[in-house]
Design a protein around this ligand. Structure first.
Ligand code: KIV
Length: 267
């Protein structure tokens, strides 16, 4: 049995050099499996819109979707620390609605923390939410909700000026009170520099090995998402063909009259 994680664990882990493991999860059964395996943190990501709902990007995801999926995750009573993503338009328009929506993810969803995309531009929002005692995780670099500004899912922080801007963003997120920050799609040297400079843990995705922890999308590592597989993903299983074979066997059994058998029937 592993102990339930809190924000204090992540600061200790950074100080002691213990890597922080993070995966996304969006439902009850998957959460039970990955929690029992010992994952440190679960992110109910707005990536749910892409890998579960089939949208082309995360922009259509709503607060209703995020509360629904966060509740499903929390019903598994995970020992992992659960962070819920704030979806597009739930925190960008004004501080009052940002505070209310963060509160709803905690009060109705049951999450322990929320995640917000952006740097200097959302520092005031991070400060307003942390002032309500809701821990906030920042997210800079390749921020999927900024897809149209970036002109696609492109690595960020490549030139000197862009790199300096990201360092400034990271500092602003930490100064605003975030307990951790996701660094997505940035050069590994830049991620190493930000990790060394910040006192809060950095969680990398496509940001190299020097971050304090790593996050990946569960569907990507299990081979359940065939549409798109980014360079930074490592596949630990290929479940799509296994599921396909099981379903083909079921179809053959039903069509051939070999299922159900007597042991599956009531008398
Ligand atoms: O939505 C998500 O899953 C994320 C992670 C990939 C960092 O933001």
């Amino acid at each position: 049995m592993h102990k339930a994680k809190t924000v204090l664990d992540f600061h200790r882990m950074k100080a002691e050099g213990e890597k922080i493991t993070v995966l996304t999860s969006y439902d009850f059964p998957m959460t039970g499996v990955i929690d029992a395996a010992g994952i440190d943190m679960i992110l109910v990501g707005d990536s749910v819109g892409v890998v579960v709902a089939g949208f082309d990007n995360t922009l259509p995801v709503t607060m209703e979707d995020m509360i629904y999926h966060t509740r499903a995750v929390m019903r598994a009573r995970p020992k992992a620390f659960v962070v819920a993503d704030m979806p597009f338009l739930s925190y960008q328009t004004d501080l009052k609605s940002a505070r209310l929506n963060a509160g709803l993810l905690v009060k109705e969803g049951g999450a322990a923390a929320v995640k917000i995309e952006g740097g200097v531009n959302v520092a005031e929002t991070i400060a307003a939410i942390t002032a309500m005692d809701i821990p906030v995780m920042g997210h800079i670099g390749l921020t999927p909700q900024s897809l149209h500004r970036m002109g696609g899912y492109k690595v960020q922080g490549k030139g000197d000026a862009q790199a300096e801007k990201l360092v400034e963003d990271a500092r602003a997120v930490e100064a605003a009170g975030a307990f951790a920050i996701v660094l997505e799609g940035i050069p590994m040297g830049l991620a190493q520099r930000i990790t060394a400079e910040l006192t809060i843990p950095t969680i990398g995705i496509g940001a190299g090995p020097h971050c304090d922890g790593q996050v990946l999308v569960i569907h990507d590592i299990l081979g359940l998402c065939s549409k798109y597989s980014p360079k930074f993903v490592k596949r630990y299983a290929e479940l799509a063909p296994i599921i396909g074979e099981a379903v083909a066997n079921y179809i053959a059994d039903v069509k051939g009259g070999t299922f159900p058998e007597e042991r599956h029937c009531f008398k």
